[in-house]
Design a protein around this ligand. Structure first.
Ligand SMILES: Cc1cc2nc3c(=O)[nH]c(=O)nc-3n(C[C@H](O)[C@H](O)[C@H](O)COP(=O)(O)OP(=O)(O)OC[C@H]3O[C@@H](n4cnc5c(N)ncnc54)[C@H](O)[C@@H]3O)c2cc1C
Length: 463
């Protein structure tokens, strides 16, 4: 029996319709180069770990590659189909299995949408901090698999800080349970962290045990406008040096302010070169913001104000979350709906060198003749330079690719990393190699070979 026949016999709902498969073939990344998604064999929407394991066993027997998919909001091509693959669409496994307020633990299936989990735990006075801008559309399984970050990670850390344990279907179909439910625990190798951020290349995560925090007090939000992006970068370093611990420290440059205002008008100041959006959720939020305000003014801010109420603060944070669709719209307006694209970088540098990186990006944009907007989790030194590109124009694609490479090179030279939160996927493979060096890559490949000797689990991604 062929792989397809066997899968069909086991799963009558197996998706083989070519149009549906095409619609599932890629994530949200605009990729450089020729990394077109492959043509999948079929897609499965499992409802249980046992179904995932059974399908993986069939696939392994027939040497069919398997591509795990969450909500396909990824920005590195990690969930893209490869030729002949079984797509494992985990959006159907979307149950919050339990919330345990006493131990501050939640157990969830991977398809739960991040914001739904946040809302559910809030009903118990609890807080699940990781908050990617995609929180209303991305899945917790995808967040764990990419070790996603977000706006409040400057204070609370990224996804991995909250993952206590996992259930994983390994590439041969065996089911591994690793990690714990306890606050402390050091038994054995830290397999849980090995799977966090592994982008579906080592196994399929089918259950996640998460640690939660008590809900923080309501935050206060401050906005500071700067005459140059470098001044804003300097203010970020000075805020940290002053000992402040903001719960959000985001940067938007002029390109983004204009793009967001055009996408959804909300009165953002368009004459500034950069804006910092800063929040504090500590018990002394007003005093914290007073210190931060002074630091921003010393760094050259032309205007600093505190949001008058929660509604205004939400609107400002909402504007920041619109940066990606707003830039996409700008690219389409500039180059046409079909060919306007945005290549998103996701680089991170030590905070002390962020102003240098920002300045270098400005030079790269001028030298390569491309528009690059910069937005990011500045408090983490994690920036998302976004390069506008006309896919239909080879010169524009070449210039965008050159600018992308330039930004990667300068980031690594500043002691940074090629990806702060989006992952390697297809987009950053060659840069991972440069960052890791030969020994780092040998260890990566040895781990992959130990768990997936036939290279069937999301092949071609990451390494
Ligand atoms: C508008 C927008 C804003 C964004 N903002 C942020 C941000 O602030 N911070 C951030 O970190 N990211 C951000 N992203 C990127 C993206 O949302 C994250 O990478 C997210 O974690 C992906 O989740 P997903 O459910 O969409 O996963 P997918 O895109 O479906 O998959 C991502 C990777 O994880 C693997 N995977 C998914 N589920 C599983 C599973 N259960 N088991 C094993 N492997 C799995 C896939 O194979 C793939 O390699 C943004 C994206 C968009 C479109």
């Amino acid at each position: 029996m062929s792989a397809l026949d066997e899968l069909r016999a086991a799963f009558p709902d197996l998706v083989t319709d070519p149009d549906i498969l095409l619609s599932l073939a890629r994530d949200s990344a605009d990729l450089l180069g020729d990394d077109k998604p492959g043509t999948p064999l079929a897609a499965l929407r499992p409802t249980s770990t046992e179904q995932v394991a059974q399908a993986v066993r069939i696939a392994a027997r027939h040497r069919v590659p398997v591509v795990p998919q969450g909500a396909r909001t990824g920005l590195a091509g990690g969930a893209n189909a490869v030729d002949g693959a079984l797509l494992m669409c985990l959006d159907t496994m979307d149950r919050i299995i339990s919330i345990d307020p006493l131990n501050r633990v939640a157990v969830v299936q991977p398809g739960v949408i991040n914001a739904n989990l946040r809302r559910a735990v809030a009903e118990h006075g609890l807080f699940y901090p990781p908050d990617p801008s995609s929180w209303e559309i991305s899945s917790v399984g995808g967040n764990v698999s990419t070790n996603a970050g977000g706006m409040c990670c400057v204070k609370y850390g990224v996804t991995t800080e909250y993952v206590l344990g996992l259930e994983v279907v390994l590439p041969d179909g065996e089911i591994l349970r690793c990690g714990r439910r306890t606050t402390k625990g050091v038994a054995g190798y830290d397999l849980t962290r090995l799977f966090v951020g592994s982008e579906g290349t080592l196994g399929i995560i089918t259950e996640i045990t998460l640690s939660l925090r008590p809900a923080p007090p309501e935050s206060l939000t401050l906005v500071a406008m700067f005459p140059s992006v470098r001044d804003a970068g300097t203010a970020v370093a000075a805020i940290t040096a002053a000992g402040a611990t903001p719960s959000m420290l985001e940067l938007l440059d002029r390109v983004h302010l204009r793009a967001i205002e055009a996408y959804r008008p909300m009165g953002l100041a368009l004459d500034a070169e950069a804006m910092l959006l800063i929040a504090s959720d500590s018990a002394h939020a007003a005093a914290d913001l007073a210190v931060i305000e002074e630091v921003c003014q010393k760094a050259g801010a032309t205007e600093v104000y505190v949001a008058s109420d929660a509604e205004e603060a939400d609107a400002l944070q909402g504007a920041r979350r619109l940066s990606q669709p707003a830039m996409k719209k700008l690219a389409q307006t500039t180059f046409g709906t079909d060919s306007g694209e945005v290549i998103i970088e996701d680089v991170a540098v030590p905070r002390s060198t962020m102003a240098d990186l920002i300045e270098a990006i400005g030079t790269i944009a001028a030298d390569r003749g491309v528009v690059i907007g910069v937005v990011g989790h500045a408090g983490d030194g994690n920036l998302h330079p976004k390069i506008l590109m006309d896919r239909a124009n080879p010169a524009s694609v070449a210039a965008a690719k050159a600018a992308f490479d330039d930004i990667m090179a300068v980031t690594l030279s500043l002691g940074g990393t090629c990806t702060g939160e989006h992952g390697v996927g297809l987009l950053k493979r060659e840069w991972l190699e440069q960052e890791m060096g030969p020994v780092g890559m040998r260890v990566h490949r040895a781990i992959k070979a130990a768990l997936d000797p036939e290279n069937l689990m999301n092949p071609g991604k990451v390494i």
